[in-house]
Design a binder for this molecule. Sequence first.
Ligand code: GDP
Length: 243
Amino acid sequence: AIVFPLQKLERYLAPGTDTARFRLFQPGLAALQRAEALFRSDRGHPIDYVSSAVRMEHAPPPALPEVCFIGRSNVGKSSLIRALFSLAPEVEIRVSKTPGHTKKMNFFKVGKFFTLVDMPGYGYRAPQDFVEMVEAYLQERHNLKRTFLLVDGVVGLQKTDHIAVEMLEEFGIPYVMVLTKIDRASRGLLLKNVLEIQEFVKENTQGCFPQLFLVSSVEFSGVHLLRCFVAHVTGNLPTVEAR
Ligand code: GDP
């Protein structure tokens, strides 16, 4: 349940429910271990915050495969990035939440393997320059392999999430939905949200990976699988078959 939280829900579904989408990415132990090693820093494999940028000109050179994390404010993005980097405790996750404070893209480098970008949280009143920054990044960043769109697992898709989906669909870039805070939702509510979002993805999206990723940064469920998926999409899991 900690490694595959989505599959844990399967047994509560009516018989005959199509659960193929629950297990499209189902790595074995070797792949999970490889991903853990990738996220564990040591002297020969530093994991660190690199820099922040407000404009694309200030982004580090696009030398490595990259993934980015986006989501509305309070969705649990900083908590998740902290959980992903828990094996590299020296990594400093900068959070700028003061209202009116300039929001930045924060770049983290995982050895010589990939970069991970924490995009500023968006909301109803995102200023235009912020929208332009995110849009420019998503459209121009050629080394961007996958965008992780965080959605609150307790409340499901909100209006701002739909705006983000529309943007990603318009740009035609591949993305994945990650349901956060699953420890807070009852099993019934979580299942309802999962099935609704899965249906939405099936009917309304082209670029979204059909399997949802469920995480709790408190209980750590889903974090190992997400690390493994990041390793996979950045080309660092040569032994796992992509389906
Ligand atoms: P951000 O604005 O997207 O960076 O959100 P934060 O990571 O700061 O989280 C917003 C709030 O949700 C904080 O009070 C967190 O403690 C809480 N939170 C984040 N992730 C989880 C989670 O997995 N489980 C629970 N129970 N609370 C969470």
